[in-house]
Design a protein around this ligand. Structure first.
Ligand code: CA
Length: 404
């Protein structure tokens, strides 16, 4: 290797220090020093990855736009075609208990049915993320898992390609997930989530099964809440369908609940507010979120699967939504915080805690408590926070967010 000019290239020097320390850690974990050095030979930190890891989009895509794109009829048609073309599909569905349409929908979303897998060297990706340091332990654990894939599982070094975040193949598994969840769906003795559709589908199904997928239960069902419904129970209360029915909530499709769903429990979701579609989300919705913890993601997977199965489209369409900038979202959180709602450090990422605070604030102000932020609502929050600024900071304690 060419000598590094430390003075001229401080990043290279600092990366070399990280690398030397990490090699010792890998050797202490039982890896051969020559093997480790060979895997890291010529690996340099990727500036593209460093920049992407800290970048957050300025505008959040409204959930309706996201779901419409991800669960489009064109994609459903392609999903049906790919499902029917896969000879191992029925066996995979039987073995793991996850409907084929759900597994195919994940395949569609993660990699466009295998077409978009990412072409980054994952060793370089995790070395960069480990060197960068914010998630060093996690990234170093992925590097060790990648070494195990090469040393013990017969995965060629050049196969280790994936996204800038190190998610690999058609299922977008990080190395630890590959080791823990990867499956040989076509029975050739290898787990090839890059080139084998059956291996990718079996691995995705196994992931959901291991996270507790409940055979025979729905993922969610669209419902229609009655006029004047108190939405403050959404995203927190968990009850069997009959409890929700007693509150006036009915299925959008008019059918009756399956035997499996009747004895399960569901959470009400109104992801685009009270004017948008409402869902009773069963435990399988939250299993999908173990793949990617986002309501929009889980709805996209579930609705694409429904469309593939020929279910009717949503009874209540996604409303026209205004994208919120990061500044607007952060302002909302800052206002909620100064009004005494525990939303954590304002970061512009609206999660369950922020939505719960919005619901509480809406309820206190006699508004429909659907937890949905709009530009008008943010202005009201800011005005109220500004009006109370001179007052003492002490506020009555409020209910903790559910933290789901
Ligand atoms: Ca295989």
């Amino acid at each position: 290797m060419a000598p590094i000019d430390n003075a001229a290239n401080p990043i290279a020097a600092s990366f070399a220090r990280w690398k030397a320390g990490f090699v010792e850690k890998a050797v202490a974990k039982g890896f051969d020093r020559g093997f480790v050095e060979a895997q890291l030979a010529g690996v340099e930190p990727s500036s593209a990855i460093l920049n992407q890891d800290t970048r957050q989009p300025e505008f959040s895509k409204p959930i309706g736009d996201y779901v419409r794109t991800a669960a489009s009829p064109v994609r459903a048609a392609e999903g049906i075609r790919r499902k029917n073309a896969e000879p191992h599909m029925a066996a995979i569905e039987q073995k793991y208990g996850v409907p084929a349409e759900i597994v195919v929908a994940i395949w569609a979303d993660e990699s466009g049915f295998g077409k978009v897998q990412g072409n980054h060297d994952v060793i370089q990706a995790f070395a960069t993320l480990a060197f960068e340091g914010r998630r060093r332990d996690w990234a170093e654990a992925q590097l060790l898992a990648a070494f195990t894939m090469i040393r013990d599982r017969g995965v060629p070094r050049e196969k280790l390609k994936g996204s800038w975040a190190g998610a690999m193949g058609q299922t977008q598994f990080i190395p630890e997930a590959y080791l823990r969840l990867g499956q040989d769906g076509d029975g050739d003795g290898k787990v090839d989530i890059w080139s084998s559709d059956a291996d990718a589908l079996a691995s995705a199904a196994n992931h959901l099964a291991q996270e507790g997928w409940r055979r025979g239960e729905s993922w969610a069902v669209e419902v229609i809440p009655p006029p004047g419904f108190d939405y403050s129970v959404s995203e927190s209360e968990k009850h069997p369908p009959a409890w929700w029915q007693a509150k006036g909530i009915r299925r959008a499709d008019g059918r009756s609940w399956s035997a499996a769903d009747q004895v399960s429990e569901a959470v009400l979701l109104v992801p685009a507010g009270a004017n948008g579609p409402a869902f009773l989300a069963f435990p399988n919705h939250f299993v999908i979120r173990r793949y990617n913890n986002s309501i929009a993601y889980a709805l996209s997977i579930g609705l694409l699967a429904d469309e593939m199965r020929g279910e009717p489209p949503l009874a209540r369409a996604w409303p026209q939504e205004t994208p919120l900038s990061r500044g607007q979202r952060t302002d909302a959180q800052t206002a909620l915080l100064s009004l005494g709602y525990p939303v954590g450090k304002p970061d512009g990422l609206i999660g369950a805690g922020s939505r719960d605070a919005v619901r509480q604030w809406q309820k206190k102000n006699g508004l429909t408590a659907d937890g949905y932020l709009t530009p008008a609502l943010i202005e009201k929050l800011k005005a109220e926070a500004a009006a109370m600024k001179p007052a003492a900071p002490a506020q009555a304690p409020v209910k903790q967010p559910s933290g789901r």
